[in-house]
Ligand binder design. Sequence first.
Ligand SMILES: *Cc1c(COP(=O)(O)O)cnc(C)c1O
Length: 418
Amino acid sequence: MEKKPFVTKEQIEEITKTYPTPFHIYDEKGFVDNAKKVYEAFSWNKGFREYFAVKAEPNPFIIKKLKEVGCGVDCSSYTELMIADKLGFRDDEIMYSSNETPEGEFKYCSSLGGIINLDDITMIDYVEKECGIPETISCRFNPGGIFKLSNGIMDNPGDSKYGMTYEQIIEAFKILKDKGAKKFGIHAFLASNTVTNEYYPNLARVIFNLAVDIKKQTGIAISFVNLSGGVGIPYEPGKEPNDIFKIGQGVKEVYEEILVPEGMDDVSIYTEMGRFMMGPYGALVTKAVHEKHIYKEYIGVDACAANLMRPAMYGSYHHITVLGKENEKADHVYDIVGSLCENNDKFAIDRKLPKIDMGDYIYIHDTGAHGFSMGYNYNGRLRSAELLLKEDGSVELIRRAETPADYFATFDFCDIMK
Ligand SMILES: *Cc1c(COP(=O)(O)O)cnc(C)c1O
């Protein structure tokens, strides 16, 4: 698939009269339509719910829109719970999938009625001390070994810090039942950013089989299976994106094969997608401000890794469009770089692009998930604004840019930076 910006150069020129670059901008129609499709794809399952992974894009304006479509929230920190709280999420609209959970967070989740998803068997005592054993409780499974999919994608659960072993999770359910829990769920997250329709169905097979074993060994009827996140997006052009309808259908087939014959036809399917919900519907817009010709050709832009860390952290590819030059030949080779004193602060390396002139707007695709939210303040660089391109074409500020006052706010106990 070709990658097309959801805004034009003319629109950006208009927007920058009010909001200077850099900024992240989100396509409301894009992510709302996509969220509706997710619900349609799983409409065969009566209890289906998508818990949007807040860490992917912790902006209350965005999450409010997703709530209107019916999404819950998947939180894993105190401040993420605060967003859920303020937006009025309660009870089974909140999933709390944390690990190495700091003090006070289970208690907060419990006060909102949210569902706690335990990462480890030792957390049973911990949660009991903090807020008592909740009536509804979930446990996270880690089958170990290597998780393979037929297109070569694999991940290594055996090396990951999350979840309980098979023996532990069975034991955990027995203990939780003895301690008075009434409603149970299983959660697992085995591979990240999978671009194949097979991931959820294969993961469902692993969890459904476990649900059957748990029923046989403990008498517990699992109420929900949480397939968590990991459904990916193609960051490179020319790749086929996931088809959520095929994914939903694939999970349905495994459900009918494994759960229905065991009489477990009332299990709700939950998901906790972040990337698939928001990734393609956000972009970082930045301006070419310097050029440099040494051993390579560099274009310096007014954003840096503080605004989008994925390329620096993982070497991730993010597609780039030079706005207004969509149809020009990509006959130049550039490194597109930010201002950090860190040589990994490069949005693109050896990228073929049209000739870039100073003042050109550089549109960095697919920053809607794990983009702004991974931002940091290295070198004292400030985080950008976030804008929402609404369905009617207007633009709303949904987070202002940081100012030096924000950066120095943690010295407010003294006078030195006043
Ligand atoms: C990060 C995370 C997600 C979302 O992952 P995506 O790759 O964005 O789909 C869901 N659940 C948990 C527990 C996570 O940590």
